[in-house]
Design a protein around this ligand. Structure first.
Ligand code: ATP
Length: 286
C-alpha cells in the first residue's frame, strides 16, 4: 500500500515574542499561513518492523533525527503498530529556512498514517501528538491560516487572506534559531500589532495586511547577516507590496497581487540569489 501527502511550507505574516518562560521556551504570538511551496511525502509499508527514510534533498537527516521519522515512530508506538514503514520525502522546501519544512513533513506523515492505518484521529488529536515533536507541527496539521500562541503549539484558526503571489528568496547561509532568540533583546523590541493583522485578514484587506507585516526576530537576523538585509532592500526596490523575513530567517518573502509584478521581483532576485520561488498563498486549509 502506498499513500502520498502534500506538505506545504508556512510563512509568518506576524511574529511577536512576549517573554521567556521558566521552562526556557519563549512565549510567542504569531500569524501563520500556508503557501503553495510543498514537499511530497510518500508512505509505503514493508515487511520488516522498522521505519526507513529517504529524502531527495541534501542536509536532511535520513534517520531518527528526521521529523517525519519521529512522527511515524510516535504513532507506531502510541498505537502498537507492528508493520514496517518506508517514508520518501521529495524535498522542495528549503531546509533551515524559517519555512517549517521539517514540521510540515512531520504533520503530513501524521495525517497520512492516520488515513493508512485507519486510526480515526481528529485534526485536534493529530495536532496534540504533533506538538510533542516540534512547536510548528500543530499548525502544519491544520494548515490554512491561524494564530499560534504558547511556544507556537496553541492554534486558533482564522479565515484566509485574499489570494496573492508570494516571492521567496533564501540566501545561502544557515541561521540558528537558538542564536537568533539568544540575541533578541526583549526590552528593546517594537512589537508588531497582531490584532491589526488579524482584523486585516478577516476583512480581506490586502493593503492593511501588507502594512501590518511584522517580525521581532527580523532585526536580529538583519543585523547579523547583511545578505538578508540586501535581499529585503531589493524586494522593496523591485516593487513588492510588503516584505518580511519568515520565522528566524533567513528566507525573506515579498507579496504582490499582480503576476507581472511578482515575475519582475522574481527575475530581479534571480540575478544574485540562487534560491528564489514564486508561489501562491494557499489560504484556507486543504
Ligand atoms: P521552522 O520554521 O519550523 O523553525 P525551519 O524551516 O527553520 O523550521 P527545517 O527546514 O524544518 O527548518 O529544518 C530544521 C532542522 O531540522 C534542520 O537542521 C534539519 O536537519 C532538521 N530536519 C529534520 N527533519 C527534517 C525534514 N523532514 N526536512 C527538513 N529538515 C529536517
Amino acid at each position: 500500500m502506498k499513500y502520498s501527502v502534500k506538505a506545504p511550507a508556512k510563512i509568518n505574516l506576524s511574529l511577536d515574542v512576549c517573554h521567556k518562560r521558566e521552562d526556557g521556551y519563549h512565549e510567542v504570538e504569531m500569524v501563520m499561513t500556508t503557501i503553495d511551496l510543498a514537499d511530497r511525502i510518500e508512505l509505503s509499508t514493508h515487511e520488516r518492523d522498522e521505519i526507513t527514510i529517504e529524502s531527495s534533498g541534501g542536509y536532511v537527516p535520513s534517520d531518527s533525527r528526521n521529523l517525519a521519522y519521529q512522527a511515524a515512530d510516535l504513532l507506531k508506538k502510541t498505537f502498537n503498530r507492528s508493520e514496517g514503514l518506508h517514508i520518501t520525502i521529495d524535498k522542495h522546501i528549503p531546509v533551515s529556512a524559517g519555512l517549517a519544512g521539517g514540521s510540515s513533513d512531520a504533520a503530513a506523515t501524521l495525517k497520512g498514517l492516520n488515513y493508512m492505518w485507519d486510526l480515526g484521529l481528529s485534526l485536534d488529536e493529530l495536532a496534540e501528538l504533533g506538538s510533542q515533536i516540534g512547536s510548528d507541527v500543530a499548525f502544519c496539521v491544520y494548515g490554512g491560516t491561524a494564530i499560534a500562541t504558547g511556544r507556537g503549539e496553541k492554534i486558533q484558526r482564522i479565515s484566509s487572506p485574499p489570494p496573492c503571489w508570494v516571492v521567496l528568496a533564501k540566501p545561502s547561509i544557515g541561521v540558528s534559531t537558538a542564536d537568533v532568540y539568544r540575541n533578541l533583546n526583549l526590552d528593546q523590541i517594537e512589537h508588531p500589532n497582531i490584532d491589526q493583522m488579524v482584523d486585516a485578514i478577516e476583512s480581506k484587506d490586502y493593503e492593511a495586511i501588507c502594512a501590518s507585516l511584522g517580525n521581532v526576530l527580523e532585526s536580529v537576523t538583519l543585523n547579523e547577516y547583511p545578505e538578508v538585509r540586501h535581499i529585503k532592500k531589493q524586494m522593496e526596490r523591485l516593487g513588492a507590496d510588503g516584505v518580511l523575513m519568515s520565522g528566524s530567517g533567513p528566507t525573506v518573502f515579498g507579496l504582490a497581487v499582480h503576476e507581472t509584478r511578482a515575475q519582475r521581483i522574481y527575475n530581479g532576485l534571480r540575478g544574485f540569489c540562487n534560491e528564489v520561488y514564486m508561489v501562491r498563498m494557499l489560504g484556507e486549509s486543504e
